[in-house]
Design a protein around this ligand. Sequence first.
Ligand code: ADP
Length: 753
Amino acid sequence: MVAPPTLTDLGHDIHFLALIESLPIAIYTCDERGIITHFNAAAVDLWGREPEKGVDQWTGAWKMFRLNGKPLPPEECPMALTLKERKEINSDEIIIERPDGTRRFIKANPRSIIDTTGNFAGAVSMLIDVTGTKVIDEERERLAAIIQGSGDAIISKTLDGIITSWNPAAEKLFGYTEEEMIGQTIMTLIPAELSDEEPAIIGRLRKGERVEHFETKRLTKSGELLDISLTISPIRNSKGIIIGASKIARDITTQKRLNEALRESDERLRMAIQATNLGTWEFQPNTGKLTWSEECRSLFNIPVDLNIDYQFFSKHVVPEDAAFVETEIQKALDYSGTRELNIEYRIRRSGDGLIRWVRSQGRTYFNDQNQADRFIGTILDITQQKNEELALKDSLELFQTMADNVPAMIWMSGSDKFNDYINKTWLEFRGRSGKQESNNGWLEGVHPEDKEKCIEVYRSALEHQNGFYTEYRLLRFDGLYRWIADNCVPRLSPTGEFAGFISACIDITDLKTMEQRKDDFIKMASHELKTPITSIKGYVQLLLSIYEEMNEDKLRSSQITVKSSLTTVSKQVSKLTRLISDLLDMSRIESGKLELSYSEFDPVLLVEETVQDVRHTTSRHTLVIHNKFEGALQADRDRIAQVMLNLLTNAIKYSPSANIIDVYISGDENSIAISVADYGIGIDKSDQQRIFERFYRVEGKNELTYPGFGIGLFISNEIIQRHNGTIHVKSEKDKGTVFTFTLPLMKENNVNE
Ligand code: ADP
């Protein structure tokens, strides 16, 4: 340590003062209270002001700051601390600010002054301006920080290619650490096939040239080849001689790939646009400029060089769509609107005037003031697609109309289990809405005994994706259960996949009843045929045994038996004949082969004859004819007799408690009407229309006891119809029945071919 200067050494020696004054280093002294006693010109220079001797305390500086930027009060400055603590202070750097605002970094090292008597007499301080070194240091640090923190690899090398610095980004990019690379040759990074690149670069550097954005390839430690952009600058020493180079390497592999991908996708997009004939357009609302691509122009059928504007475009939109198109475009151009366009409309092409369906899609780009700047988009001809859509819609509507109007009840389902379409006929049958019936709502109407079967059939059909036929009872709007035949087939999508089911259902209740009636008929017919045959067989055996005995006396005594037996046999044979001829007639009617054999006859006579025949069969009833007709009738006499017989036998059969049957004949010059009236059990209103149907027999506890096949009236009706006549019934339950048939008198009027 240097011994503190004595007062004799400082301040009181004129030469010494002159020396201090001339020193290029700032020096000042303070007394023990800190009042400035001396300072030299260098100090004034440094402070940028001249302190007042005997007044300024601690320092001559205008303002002082610590390195951290906080103000440093004068009483805490190194001089003040030395004086207060009376010891040597090795102060940190401090910053002083001059009145003109400039700042200097200084290092102060005040020393105490001990007078000749050994007393403390103040302090002297040397202020060393370290600003210069400070800036260089800072600069270097900043640079180093930049290099260290740079995302680009920064490498420096000598002109021989020996690496002298290697930043973390270089480490990351090439995979080598700083230790591995410093002192190594740059050739490590250069692929063999590019080895002559380096001498060329060095050559240019030697000439002081900078190599900028040189795109090449470099090897990483793992052997990967990178696309690199290099910027190489020469490094000169303080004398300006080139001693090396700094290199900034940027990995452009990703960028290159991106560019490549972008180019490819651009290309693909261009090709796609060409392939689809997608037109592109751009509209600048503020200039009114409209630009159309070639495809756009060919869609509108206009030449490539024709100048167009917005009006031109709107003129080509068909009038029906114009308002809609305009509104949508305005919404797209409005910052607070949709900002986007996606519409389908029709245009009328220039020249040929063809109407085309187009789809326009676009987006608006807005400027800083939220005004529409550019409105860019595409246009596509969708005529074909639209026509197909419309055709599909039409065919769907047609299907719907058809499906709603067919008498069958139709339902359709998707591949899930819900019905998604139910036709009008179904809904009318059920008297319910589509909403009520869909989603298995219809199942509510299925008869409880059939419901489980229905669900199972449907479930299994869904599982196997195949159709089915099933029968179940379904509640009709009037509260009656009706038998439904459900004939269901799977639906296939256009691509052949299972798409659900479609089914046509018909009410088969009547059919089922008819089947039932047929069964009953067969049972009854077998019985009716068997009874006379058994009876005939019995009597024939009896007659045979009488004949075999051949004894005169016996024969005489058997006369009564023989007569009654033969009568019975005859009766039974006629019954059989009638039955068989009825059956034959029915099958003739069914096959359309019931032929009429016309002749002219007196109808009154015919009525009398049949009434007479019937009178033999009943002892209870009196048959009375009331005739008001006179004339001839052209018809099939036997067939009309058959009708009369049927009406008369029915009248007798169904009026067991009555004893009169009236037959009325009336007519005019054109027609004749014949009625048979009885006073029997009568026919319920609901049955009156149906009794003319095949096998129809009124069901009820009383009627069951009457034998019959339910085909007599069916045949009678057919016979009258074939004569172009009419037959109808008037009846009241338990009061009686009147059957009336009318016939035209002349054949030419009554042949119903
Ligand atoms: P059936 O052989 O059963 O008499 P029809 O076809 O002649 O067959 O008659 C059909 C049904 O019409 C009969 O079963 C009966 O119920 C009813 N019917 C026919 N005529 C009369 C009548 N005069 N009075 C009451 N019911 C009648």
